[in-house]
Design a protein around this ligand. Structure first.
Ligand code: R5P
Length: 298
């Protein structure tokens, strides 16, 4: 029997697209909150003898992680043979070091939580900076799907004479790959973050960019301060307002409105998190990644 996909709340569209691409069934997971705020979950379709795949993107993870861990446990309690997780956005990857005494490497704690709950995981471009691979912190089999080919295809289709700008060293891995696949130039800036909302990026050398479409590419847009700072330099240099592309449109608080107000020409994101800026559908590469890991597991 093929695995059965279940959407945690908010993941219904991605779950349906994956089911269609994979040819797997979807089941219904009933969820609600008890009056005291605790989570109620019930598999409305029988999971006995089936492999269960939970689809749950993990932005705002503190609201979602408990339901996810409970869903995995309840699936097993009801006879699921194996439980997989498809998390298009994987949270808690940025605290990958101790920056101040008394802190902890949260990415590792979160990895242990998920590794204890599910048997495998597929995700899209996790923020791998000081961790080289997910295997350094996850003890379950994982597979990482890349957004770069889909972003490059979108750029090649939609933009005239693009030049890619990575706003910081960490973005180089995405920016360079996107530029290579789209066949255009790339430049990577340096960033200093003084606080959550206080970001400084270096001034790009824009001497040869007149007439080009500057495209800011970053993995995560959270406060959007990184994109706003980079966009500011581009427009201050007298160039056309840039296009901003984020793999993961987290957009905390007023970040999306702030970026719109910063004079950028267009904000585009991948659908790892449902958001009005979604323009690049990653369900096909995600389904391919799930199929690959699934075949590997046997
Ligand atoms: C961190 O290095 C990431 O690659 C992003 O640049 C960062 O998360 C963006 O954060 P924000 O939108 O809050 O500036």
């Amino acid at each position: 029997m093929t695995p059965m996909l279940f959407a945690l709340p908010g993941n219904e569209t991605m779950c349906a697209r994956l089911a269609e691409q994979l040819g797997w069934d979807t089941g219904a997971l009933e969820t609600r909150r008890f009056p005291d705020g605790e989570s109620y979950l019930r598999f409305a379709d029988a999971v006995r003898g089936r492999e269960v795949v939970l689809v749950c993107t993990l932005d705002r993870p503190d609201d979602k992680a408990i339901s996810l861990v409970l869903a995995a446990g309840i699936a097993r309690e009801n006879g699921a043979t194996r439980v997989g997780l498809v998390a298009p956005y994987l949270a808690y990857m940025r605290q990958d070091a101790v920056f101040k005494p008394g802190e902890g490497i949260t990415s590792g704690h979160f990895a242990r939580l998920l590794s204890g709950a599910v048997d495998w995981m597929v995700t899209i471009d996790p923020h791998l900076h000081r961790h080289a691979t997910l295997d350094e912190i996850y003890t379950i089999p994982t597979l990482v799907v890349k957004a770069a080919p889909s972003i490059s295809a979108w750029i090649a289709r939609e933009l005239r004479q693009p030049v890619i700008v990575g706003p910081d060293g960490e973005s180089e891995q995405w920016a360079a790959e996107v530029a290579r696949d789209a066949g255009c130039a790339v430049t990577v800036l340096t960033k200093t973050r003084h606080g959550d909302h206080d970001v400084e990026v270096s001034v790009p050398d824009t001497a040869h960019w007149q007439g080009f479409t500057t495209v800011l590419v970053d993995d995560i847009a959270s406060t959007a301060r990184t994109m706003i700072a980079a966009a500011g330099h581009i427009t201050a240099a007298g160039l056309a307002a840039p296009v901003c592309i984020a793999v993961h449109p987290v957009f905390a608080g007023s970040a999306y409105a702030d970026l719109q107000a910063a004079g950028v020409s267009r904000i585009v994101s991948c659908n790892t998190i449902a958001h009005p800026s979604n323009a690049i559908d990653l369900s096909a590469p995600l389904a391919a990644g799930i199929r690959t890991l699934h075949a590997r597991l046997g």
